[in-house]
Design a protein around this ligand. Structure first.
Ligand SMILES: Nc1nc2c(ncn2[C@@H]2O[C@H](COP(=O)(O)OP(=O)(O)OP(=O)(O)O)[C@@H](O)[C@H]2O)c(=O)[nH]1
Ligand SMILES: [Mg+2]
Length: 383
């Protein structure tokens, strides 16, 4: 097992800041997920962390809202090493009673629509009001664009310095399923650390929107105007996932156009199936730069929470999300087990060739692959 140690990458100019976020890869080496005291966030004795953490150290640190321990716990949760995963599950189990007390908001939209800038504006406003805001990213391509949320493109410089905010870049590596597990568990850890607002920026396209929808209470779609076609390639399906559509950049010369776009979207939304039972998805405008309209969107989110809590939809969705999570993980495991099975790996080239040459039907190919996986056991009924 390699002892590869990850070098923490500090946000420029923030070294020693107890509240600073730093970017770190998922753990692959033989350590327990943190760089030890040097990377723990501070040389201040109150924040110093020992090299090896027990389950109790994690729990107590998270519950005491220590940033360095929170970051370290998330790193543990993101680890793919079996020993870390086992420990992470024990930590999560013990943190579970303290989770669930946040509003989870997913934010999606076309590239450059202003998602990060909006999060900076909303998050800063909420922190000023005494909320504790965690910002996470879900990006299935993050193994390539690792850390982009805090990279050159970041619009969260102010928020990342706020003592009430915690920003975590996308977990690195793996399939969307792997990234999702890490993101969901990270939400729980943040909640146990007392964060009452969790904002999740989706950075991928397509499937990641559906995945983020399945882990949040409120889903916000940020759009722009003036991009030619009014729907900007946003499919009807994505609009049907949204609890609010926000047309951003309502400032300067663009303001008047955003108002027209808002009316257009409001009209379209009338014909779409609402994402949440008993809630009417509306269209709004805001400027993340001037801040105009940001407060209004937060009021919409609060109203959503009130209405859906009263109707029971809020917790019904949370419960069904947990079950979805269980079965999506079961499917992930089955899928990985299938494609990594030596018999399947060996048989695949021959079967693929036979199907493409027309010598084997698709159904027969499926049966052969399943036979290779299960050794002829009970596979006939599946085909
Ligand atoms: N005028 C104006 N510009 C904005 C507003 N919001 C964002 N921008 C600008 O739009 C650009 C993209 O903003 P981001 O917040 O990075 O957009 P994003 O959706 O997070 O982008 P990706 O993460 O790359 O998909 C930046 O140059 C912002 O300064 C706004 O409300 N008004
Ligand atoms: Mg962004």
């Amino acid at each position: 097992m390699s002892k590869k140690r990850q070098r923490p990458e500090w946000v420029p100019g923030k070294a020693g800041d107890a509240y600073t976020t730093y970017i770190m890869e998922g753990v692959e080496g033989g350590h327990d997920g943190m760089p030890g005291q040097s990377g723990g966030g501070s040389s201040h004795p109150a924040l110093a962390v020992p090299r090896r953490f027990s389950v109790d150290d994690y729990i107590q640190g998270v519950r005491a809202e220590k940033r360095a321990v929170l970051a370290r716990t998330i790193t543990l949760v993101e680890s793919n090493l079996p020993a870390h995963m086992e420990m992470a599950q024990e930590v999560l189990k013990q943190l579970l009673p303290y989770t669930g007390n946040s509003i989870r908001v997913g934010i999606t939209g076309t590239p450059g629509a202003g998602k990060s800038t909006f999060i900076e504006a909303l998050g800063s406003m909420l922190c000023d009001r005494g909320h504790k805001v965690a910002v996470l990213a879900v990006d299935p391509s993050s193994s390539v664009t690792r850390g982009s949320i805090l990279g050159d493109k970041t619009r969260m410089e102010v928020l990342s310095r706020n003592k009430n905010a915690f920003i975590r870049p996308s977990p690195s590596g793996g399939t969307l399923g792997g990234v999702t597990r890490k993101s969901r568990e990270t939400i729980l850890v943040c909640e146990a650390a007392g964060f009452d607002v969790v904002l999740i920026e989706t950075m991928g396209v397509g499937q990641s929107e559906i995945t983020v929808r399945s882990m949040v209470d409120f889903f916000l779609l940020i759009l722009l105007t003036g991009a030619g076609d009014e729907l900007q390639g946003i499919k009807k399906g994505i609009m049907e996932l949204a609890d609010a559509v926000l047309i951003n950049k309502a400032d300067g010369d663009n303001k008047i156009r955003t108002l027209a776009a808002r009316a257009d979207y409001a009209r379209i939304l009338r014909y779409l199936h609402p994402a949440t039972e008993g809630w009417k998805t509306g269209a709004y405008t805001c400027s993340s730069v001037t801040g105009e309209g940001v407060n209004e969107i937060w009021s919409v989110i609060e109203e959503f929470r009130r209405v859906t809590t009263e109707s029971g939809v809020f917790y019904a969705r949370r419960r069904s999300q947990v079950l979805d999570w269980v079965y999506s993980m079961v499917l992930e495991h089955l899928k990985a087990g299938f494609f990594n099975h030596p018999g399947v790996i060996e048989a695949t080239p021959r079967i693929e060739r036979a199907v493409l040459d027309g010598g084997l039907s698709v159904t027969a190919a499926v049966r052969e692959l399943l036979n290779a996986f299960e050794g002829c056991r009970n596979t006939r009924n599946l085909c």
